[in-house]
Design a protein around this ligand. Structure first.
Ligand SMILES: [Zn+2]
Length: 208
């Protein structure tokens, strides 16, 4: 039996007990409560900052305006990020549809900023190619929930835009991506699919 070792252990236990007592003492209660309140307030502020904006519906005048290009000399990256965040949260807050894209005017900001399938684009431009037009069906969060419009859109084309740093990107896009890009670009021109196409759904509403 090692006596010294035992003494050390006893000492250690006593110290630990003292520490625990200090940790769980009522004297700490105000501090703990303060931490809880601080956490709650921080969460509320963050939630408030990231709250989704209401998506405007036609015929709101902001949706009819031609949006202004972003001047990178006058706009900070932080400012752009703030708008994109708001657009993103507003799109994510939608409870139906595929949440494919959103344009800044839809949340009342007439700036040339769009999100297409998760990609943030600034000053987007569409260059037509010889791609044939094809029938597409599209809906919009700024129109009635159940309304689908039949439109004619280019099958593919060149899309160019600037990223948050102002760098130009250029890609040939097709399919759903090309459709969403053309749709969101329309919003920046003050246009929506209800002006470009014809209403096809809901064609019949049967009520028993
Ligand atoms: Zn739309």
């Amino acid at each position: 039996m090692n006596y010294t070792q035992d003494l050390k252990t006893e000492e250690h236990n006593q110290r630990l007990k003292g520490k625990l007592k200090k940790y769980f003492s009522f004297a700490r209660l105000p501090k703990v409560l303060f931490e809880i309140v601080r956490y709650w307030v921080a969460k509320k502020i963050l939630g408030w900052k990231n709250r989704p904006a209401k998506i405007l519906k036609y015929p709101h005048p902001k949706l009819k305006q031609v949006s202004k290009p972003i001047d990178f000399n006058k706009t900070s990256e932080k400012e752009l990020l703030k708008i994109f965040k708001k657009m993103f949260f507003s799109l994510q807050a939608q409870t139906y549809g595929d949440r494919l894209g959103i344009a800044a005017p839809q949340i009342g900001i007439n700036k040339r900023m769009i999100i297409v399938q998760g990609v943030s684009m600034i000053n987007p431009e569409w260059t037509l190619t010889k791609a044939p037009l094809e029938d597409r069906y599209e809906g919009c969060y700024s129109l009635n929930k159940e309304d689908i419009y039949k439109t004619q859109r280019a099958k593919y084309g060149w899309a160019s835009w600037q990223d948050l740093k102002g760098k130009w990107l250029r890609y040939q896009i097709k399919g759903v991506q090309a459709l969403v890009f053309q749709h969101e670009l329309g919003h920046l021109q003050g246009q929506c699919c209800n002006e470009l196409g014809e209403l096809v759904a809901p064609p019949i509403r049967i009520k028993s």
